[in-house]
Ligand binder design. Sequence first.
Ligand code: ZN
Length: 107
Amino acid sequence: MTEDKEASALQRAAKLLLEGAIMLRESCPQCISPLYQKKDGTLYCTSCDRRVVREGEIQRPEKAKSSASPIQAKIDKLAAELEDTTDPEKIVKISETIRSLEKIRDS
Ligand SMILES: [Zn+2]
């Protein structure tokens, strides 16, 4: 039954929209159904139930982050550590380290 399939495609679409995805004018190269763009920028076809990669952006190098300063990388790492930490002393220490790193970064 194709009806079931369509229903689940609709459900997937509804779920995506709830998650903040938007429907695009572009259509799926496989099935011509409209594509949805998720919040993280990935394209999704609800009919094929798979991610769709736009031609020409198959492997967009994600250099934006790694090309940021090494100090920023440290800050990010510490911030992640801070989130996991419950030890008050450690929290203070990490926060102070982040603050001084931010000063260096912004100077
Ligand atoms: Zn499709």
